[in-house]
Design a protein around this ligand. Structure first.
Ligand code: LIP
Length: 267
């Protein structure tokens, strides 16, 4: 089946943005009430009643408009995984930030083909007042303003975002990489939500981002938004970002030096 046209991708982007707005608005409302918090893979991997409620609302909004599409979502919602168009949803990316009421959580809604080609995406981060959206081949926008990446600084003057996993052994490895990287860049920012990190690259809030071991829903929307702003977003060893991989996002002129550093530091 041919990939959707740029016009169809623009329509998908509009639906992704309306769904992400709906989800982020509900998440913000639920944050003002007591949360029911539980854990998933580890004692630090949190999930709340809001994650589940937001996912339910976002999925219902999408399927009302496109009932035959597939759904892949963090809290387990699924639909038609053999559908040509699949929605990839993180209802609240940055759940730890959300539980602590710390800015930097977002509702992330990505759209891809069954083969994995990213078509559209939206990330709504209400605490920063940011709405990001992109359609394949039609650019990315922040609050309606088109994005275009500025030329980067040299690596030793670059502000580089990263993140750390929930598993203590993985965090120890990530800390080892980070200890070697940090003296060779300007500084780091640890936002706590991959979708916000990737959108931060798209708007130049950071010069680059890397992280090991993310889920598909952490990556989908933010990857396309960053790519459509002019960033290179790939696996460390090349190819499209994948679940459990090593995603690197930076201006194409910064990419080679950053990848070389990350490889030397053992990412
Ligand atoms: C988060 C990611 C973030 C990572 C966190 C966590 P969640 O996703 O977006 O980049 O560093 O450890 O995995 O669990 O908040 O949806």
């Amino acid at each position: 089946m041919p990939d959707p046209s740029p016009h169809e991708c623009a329509e998908l982007a509009e639906l992704a943005l309306s769904a992400a707005r709906l989800g982020a608005s509900l998440a913000a409302e639920l944050r003002s009430r007591p949360l029911e918090v539980s854990t998933k893979s580890t004692a630090t991997d949190l999930v709340t009643n809001a994650d589940r409620a937001v996912e339910e609302v976002v999925v219902a909004h999408i399927l009302a408009a496109r009932p035959n599409d597939g759904i892949v979502a963090e809290e387990g919602s699924g639909n038609g995984l053999d559908a040509p168009v699949v929605w990839v949803i993180d209802p609240i990316d940055g759940t730890t930030n959300y539980v602590y009421d710390f800015p930097g959580w977002a509702t992330s809604v990505g759209v891809r083909t069954i083969e994995g080609t990213l078509l559209a995406g939206a990330v709504v981060d209400p605490r920063h007042g940011d709405e990001f959206v992109a359609a394949r081949g039609r650019g990315a926008k922040r609050n309606g303003t088109p994005l275009a990446l500025e030329p980067p600084p040299p690596l030793q003057e670059a502000l580089v975002a990263t993140g750390f996993g929930y598993d203590a052994e993985r965090r120890a490895h990530q800390a080892g990489v980070f200890r070697q990287v940090l003296p060779q860049i300007r500084d780091t920012r640890r936002m706590g939500a991959a979708s916000v990190d990737l959108c931060s690259v798209a708007v130049g809030r950071v010069d680059a981002y890397y992280e090991l071991g993310l889920a598909e829903w952490d990556l989908a929307a933010g990857t396309l938004i960053a790519q459509e702003s002019g960033a290179r977003v790939e696996e460390l060893d090349g190819g499209p970002p994948r679940a459990g991989g090593r995603v690197v996002a930076a201006h194409p002129d910064l990419w080679p030096a950053l990848v070389d550093l990350l490889r030397r530091c053992g990412l």
